[in-house]
Each structure stands twice: as structure tokens, then as C-alpha cells.
Design a protein around this ligand. Sequence first.
Ligand SMILES: [Zn+2]
Length: 137
Amino acid sequence: MKDECVFCRIATRESDASIVFEDEKTMAFMDIRPVSEGHVLVIPKEHYQDIFDIDEDLIGQVHKNAKKIAEGVKTAVNADGISIVQQNGRAAGQVIFHLHVHIIPRSEGQGRFHFRDTTNADRKNLDKIASRIKENI
Ligand SMILES: [Zn+2]
């Protein structure tokens, strides 16, 4: 646990998040700056910076759960496709240095997305979408 890490604070529930899934070692919650409706992040609860820092079993569990959650997201928001993105290092576009996997619903004809174009979402809306996703996991 790193005090200054926003994802550690979510994992320990010191900070609020719209949580969609949790097991002993991983957690999934709505991205506060969604690229599209239903954008979820999956993290290991313990602090690992990136793919180079985490052990194979745990990254395996993170991605295993990402599959399960992606299926729930796809159904909940009726997505045509899902992008799975996981960035490692500043050069790769990583901004929060606690490993996370993005699950991003996509629609036909939507074109490319840029994380920098996002704005903070309304918590009530995120909670609503989170409960729809939970029902489908
Ligand atoms: Zn952390």
C-alpha cells in the first residue's frame, strides 16, 4: 500500500469508487474519466507499478477477471466490441503507476479514442452503470 496512490486508496476503501467486482486479490471499478459508458478498470489490490513488477500468477488472475468483467460490461451496455488496454511506463501512456487493465466498451463506427479527451463522470451515473454490470457478471 502506497499512501499517495489513488488506486491503493480505492483498494483499501479509503477512497470511494463504483465497484463492480472484488475477490481476495483483485478489484474492478468504474473509471472516473470514462472513454465510453461502461469503462471499467481492473487492478490487483496490492500495489504493483506495472507488468514488469507483478508476478505471473497475479497478472493471470487480473486478466482472468478482466475476461469475466468484459463479458458483463458488453452485455450491460450492449457494446459492439471491447478494447482491453494495459499501459506500462510513462512512454506507453501510463498515468497512474498502479497496474490497471482498462475494459473499454466500443461501438461500431466510433473511431479511435484518446484518454486525454475524457472528463470526470457523475458518480451517480457511474453507480447506476456499475450495478447493471454487476448483474451481468
Ligand atoms: Zn497503488
